[in-house]
Write a protein that binds this ligand. Structure first.
Ligand code: HEM
Length: 131
C-alpha cells in the first residue's frame, strides 16, 4: 500500500486552519505602519474570506478563489513595489513562524510563497502598462 500523506490543506487544519493562517498574516500586515493605511476602510471579513480562498487554491484546493480580478482590485490605490515587498515579507514571516506547528516542509512553504508572489506584477501601479 502506498503511503497516503494527507494534503497540505488537510494538515493545516482545512478551511479553519487556512483562516487562522490568513488571520495571523493580516494581523502583521495591518500592524505595519507602511501598510496599515491601505486597509483602513476595507471590509476585513470579506477580504479574509477571499484570501482564505486564494490561499486554499495556492495549497492545491479543494477551495478555489471566486473573487475579483487582482489587477482591478488593486489598481489606483498607490500600491508600489516597496509595499508589495513588505507585504510578501510578512507572508514569509507568517509562514516561518507557523511552519513547525503546521508541519509544512520547505517545498510546501515555497509553493505557497511563489503562488502569492507571482501575482505581484498584477498588483502594483508601477507596472500597470505591462499587460
Ligand atoms: C502579491 C500580493 C497580493 C495578493 C496575492 C493579494 C490578493 C488579494 C485578494 C485575493 C484580495 C480580495 C479580492 C476581492 O475582494 O475580490 C485582495 C484585496 C485587497 N488587497 Fe491585496 N493582494 C496582494 C498585495 C496587496 C498589497 C501589497 C496591498 C496594499 C499595500 C493590498 C491591498 C489590498 C486591499 C486594500 C484589498 C481590499 C480591496 C477592497 O475590498 O476594497 N494587496 N488582495
Amino acid at each position: 500500500m502506498a503511503e497516503n500523506k494527507p494534503s497540505v490543506f488537510e494538515r493545516i487544519g482545512g478551511e479553519e486552519g487556512v483562516e487562522r493562517l490568513v488571520g495571523k498574516f493580516y494581523d502583521r500586515v495591518i500592524a505595519d505602519p507602511k501598510l496599515g493605511r491601505f486597509f483602513q476602510h476595507v471590509p476585513m471579513e470579506h477580504l479574509k474570506t477571499m484570501q482564505k480562498e486564494f490561499f486554499s487554491e495556492a495549497l492545491g484546493g479543494p477551495l478555489f478563489y471566486t473573487g475579483r480580478s487582482l489587477r482591478q482590485v488593486h489598481a489606483g490605490r498607490g500600491i508600489h513595489k516597496e509595499h508589495i515587498q513588505c507585504f510578501i515579507e510578512h507572508l514569509l514571516a507568517t509562514l516561518e513562524a507557523e511552519r513547525a506547528d503546521l508541519d509544512l516542509d520547505d517545498q510546501e512553504v515555497n509553493r505557497i510563497y511563489s503562488r502569492i508572489a507571482i501575482e505581484a506584477d498584477r498588483i502594483t501601479d508601477d507596472v500597470a502598462e505591462s499587460g
